[in-house]
Design a protein around this ligand. Structure first.
Ligand code: GUN
Ligand code: ZN
Length: 461
């Protein structure tokens, strides 16, 4: 698709390492007709325009330095699209009874394609409005509904990994795969569908999705592992979220050394594997995950809501494991990665409380934002394309805005937006205020590969 060459002029901020934000207050980013960043200037003055030949007639999107900044789009490394209607509904349950009481009944309703169309259009629109430019979705067992989720992501322009959920045992009669063979066959059908609508997997990619070890037979895990190894298609699953779940895995796989070993023996633990949660891993499991270079999706909102535990994120990072953030809707109550970033900081502080006030485990705002962007890009294997602003990367970005009290931005009254800036704050403080007090009302516009995919009503970038 050919786009208008565009110059984005204004402050831009992104993570340049785990601990630091790179802030260019007088910035300009040139994005070409393919949505790729062609050049970056950091020192624009006033209304000065670039002198690069061929860019004189470009479209300009300008943001006043006092009114916000451009930031990379968020990467949600773990979200269950069909569970969106249940977001915020979990009672007092914990993982295993929550699955039976809330999750399986909801997911089974996606046998109706009409239900899938209603929910999937909403969840993709809503996550885009929160600045999520890439999402790793779990769908359901249903082929038609899973294919529809891929169609919706493609037509709305969200970068996505879409997985048909595999579950051929220990699942309710009304919601399960018939057999290991049918599970594999249906997974392959969904992969072929995505290949048909997006042949190079440029925007939407399939992802092999065994739900978790307890709901997959040995035969199914091995068949999916072979498909993962032969095709190079990535894989996502859950690991070590809850202590009862871990005990169940021990019972179901008595020969396996541990939970991570179950996936490893099936060929499912590779550098293209995304493991959600990893709250209670043993040192041996962490070492194996590090050796295989498998990636972890940390889901703090979910881990608190389902009382699963506080994942030892600092330890994972110190051991060299790649970590990103996931909303895990609807174990997590929010589809907002901004809220998830805030939760990552808060859960790390709860972990600190549990560890006698250890400073070491606390995550800073900068570190949590790194996990939500550049860390997430590594988790999904797209660190060459997204996660930060560098020449050659794609323009997956959000325009974050806030008015100084008493002002307006882009002709819109921003008083409804929750971030209040008084003028004396540094950019680091403005970013912190956004993380702690902001929401989607502060997300004015969102782009994926240079295409505008969300925009606040009334605002014309
Ligand atoms: N483990 C297996 N299935 C699920 C799920 O849908 N959500 C969460 N949080 N954990 C799971
Ligand atoms: Zn999950």
């Amino acid at each position: 698709m050919s786009l208008e060459k565009t110059l984005y002029i204004g402050p831009f901020i992104h993570s340049d390492s785990l601990t630091t934000l790179d802030i260019a207050v007088n910035g300009m980013i040139g994005v070409d007709e393919h949505g790729t960043i062609a050049f970056i200037r950091r020192d624009m003055k006033g209304k000065q325009l670039p002198t690069e030949p061929g860019w004189e007639e470009s479209k300009i999107v300008r943001l006043n330095a006092r009114h916000g900044f451009f930031f990379p789009g968020f990467i949600d490394t773990h979200i269950h699209a069909p569970q969106y209607p249940n977001a915020g509904i979990f009672g007092k349950s914990t993982l295993l009874d929550w699955l039976e009481t809330y999750t399986f009944p909801m997911e089974s309703s996606f046998r109706e394609v009409r239900q899938a169309a209603k929910v999937y259009n909403r969840v993709v629109a809503r996550t885009l409005s929160h600045g999520t430019t890439t999402a790793c979705y779990y769908a359901t067992v249903h082929v038609a509904a899973t294919n529809l989720l891929a169609d919706v992501c493609l037509s709305r322009g969200q970068r996505a990994f879409v997985g048909r959920v595999c579950m051929d045992r220990l699942s309710p009669e009304y919601y399960r795969d018939e057999s290991a063979e049918s599970s594999l066959r249906d997974t392959e059908a969904c992969i072929e569908h995505v290949r048909g609508i997006d042949p190079g997997f440029e925007l939407v990619s399939p992802i092999i999705t065994p739900r978790f070890a307890p709901s997959c037979s040995d035969e199914s895990l091995k068949a999916l592992g072979k498909l993962h190894q032969d095709s190079g298609i990535p894989c996502q699953t859950h690991i070590s979220e809850n202590k009862s779940e871990i005990a169940l895995v021990k019972k179901l796989f008595p020969e396996a050394p541990h939970y991570a070993g179950v996936y490893d023996e099936a060929g499912l633990l590779t550098s293209k594997t995304i493991l959600a949660h990893a709250v209670h891993l043993t040192p041996e499991e962490r070492s194996l995950i590090k050796t295989r270079d498998a990636k972890i999706s940390h889901c703090p909102a979910s881990n608190t809501a389902l009382a699963s535990g506080c994942a030892p994120v600092r330890q994972l990072l110190n051991e060299g494991i790649t970590v990103g953030l996931g909303t895990d809707v609807s174990g997590g109550y929010t589809c907002s990665m901004l809220a998830e970033t805030r939760e990552a900081v808060m859960v790390s502080r709860h972990r600190s409380i549990l560890e006698d006030g250890s400073d070491e485990c606390k995550l800073s705002v900068e570190e949590a934002l790194y996990l939500a962007t550049r860390g997430g890009a590594k988790v999904v294997g797209l660190e060459d394309k997204i996660g930060g602003f560098e020449v050659g990367k794609q323009w997956d970005a959000q325009m974050v805005t806030f008015a100084e009290v008493g002002e307006t931005v882009g002709g819109l009254d921003q008083k409804e937006g929750p971030v209040e800036v008084f003028g004396g704050e540094t950019y680091e403080e403005k970013v912190a205020k956004w993380v702690y007090t902001g929401d989607d009302r502060n997300t004015m516009a969102v782009w994926v590969r240079g295409r505008l995919v969300h925009c606040k009503e009334g605002f014309k970038p």
